[in-house]
Design a protein around this ligand. Structure first.
Ligand code: NCD
Length: 309
């Protein structure tokens, strides 16, 4: 039996190197497979989704992934148009939707929401973003992109820049990177440094520098991972106003980067990477978004098939 069969995907903390590599290998397999073969993988299966926060890529890549595998999808993309708006609880909603599907994808503004849903659901739950906490399938996609574009993860000099305090993709990525031997630099305004309560227990496995000056590292990085300032998660508008636009990656800065460095971003981007960077050879964020469809297809294929595919 493959170890992802009927398993929840709640946190990258549960994904060791061997499990991550299994998903990467499955992703390569999906990419190389004929469309006819892919359609057998989830034929007759349904993906359910519940998105309590806005989403473009995550929801649509899950929908396109299950379609690629011959399955179907149903769900709620906008909580205001569902019974949640009438006051139905998350627990009741999860219970009902899980009876209509084979795997359930959830995004919610509360930390712990996916873990809670997994306790209630009788189908496997995939966390597609839980508050400021985690976004595991984004990390699978991020690490896969690094592996594809740089041919390795071990040995790389990686900078993560932006809103490290509220960005959930950052935490999942850190938990993922602890499985690899990387030279890690965290770059953010002072007030947006990572939450030490969410990382204290991985400090033994992962060392990093913290700085607010990207210029210190830009020339040496192999990977620059940029994140959006998470406006909606700031408890105080003024706190946001202080850091808004505090760093922007422009083509001038990219010129200082190594020729074969890559720039990633989970997207959506607001103003932290200027549009003129898009045409540089380092810009890989749109490729990264595309890989998300295949990594999610691989994960779904493993969760839905006892013997893999
Ligand atoms: C991210 C998220 O929802 O955390 N978006 C995504 O899924 N690619 C990043 C973000 O919103 O900034």
């Amino acid at each position: 039996m493959n170890e992802f069969y009927k398993k929840n995907i709640i946190s990258v903390r549960n994904l060791d190197k061997q499990k991550l590599e299994l998903i990467f290998d499955a992703t390569d397999k999906i990419i190389d497979m004929s469309q006819d073969k892919r359609r057998e993988i989830a034929r007759g299966k349904t993906l359910g989704y519940l998105f309590f926060e806005p989403s473009t890529r995550t929801r649509l890549s899950f929908e396109s992934a299950i379609a690629l595998l011959g399955g179907t999808s149903l769900g709620i993309a906008d909580a205001t148009s569902s019974s949640i708006h009438k006051g139905e609880t998350l627990g009741d909603t999860v219970k009902v939707i899980s009876s209509y599907c084979d795997v359930l994808v959830l995004r919610h503004s509360l930390d712990g929401s996916s873990r809670f849903a997994a306790e209630i659901s009788n189908k496997p739950v995939i966390n597609a973003g839980s508050g400021t906490e985690e976004h595991p399938t984004q990390t699978i996609q991020d690490l896969y992109t690094i592996k594809k574009e740089k041919k390795k993860i071990d040995g790389l000099k990686i900078g993560i820049a932006g809103d490290l305090k509220y960005g959930r993709t950052v935490y999942s990525l850190l938990y993922g990177l602890r499985n690899y031997d990387v030279d890690l630099h965290l770059i953010s305004p002072e007030s947006l440094r990572i939450r030490s309560d969410s990382t204290y227990d991985i400090k033994k496995e992962l060392s990093y520098t913290e700085s607010s000056n990207i210029d210190e590292y830009i020339e040496d990085l192999d990977v620059l991972y940029v994140t959006r300032i998470q406006k909606e998660r700031f408890p105080d508008e003024e706190e946001y106003a202080k850091v808004k636009g505090s760093y922007v990656i422009g083509s001038d800065m990219v010129k200082k980067m190594k020729d074969d460095a890559i720039i990633l971003h989970p997207l959506p981007r607001i103003d932290e990477i200027s549009a003129d960077v898009d045409n540089t050879k380092q810009a890989k964020y749109f490729e990264q978004a595309e890989y998300g469809k295949y990594t999610r297809a691989a994960l779904l294929g493993l969760i839905l098939n006892e013997n893999g595919f």
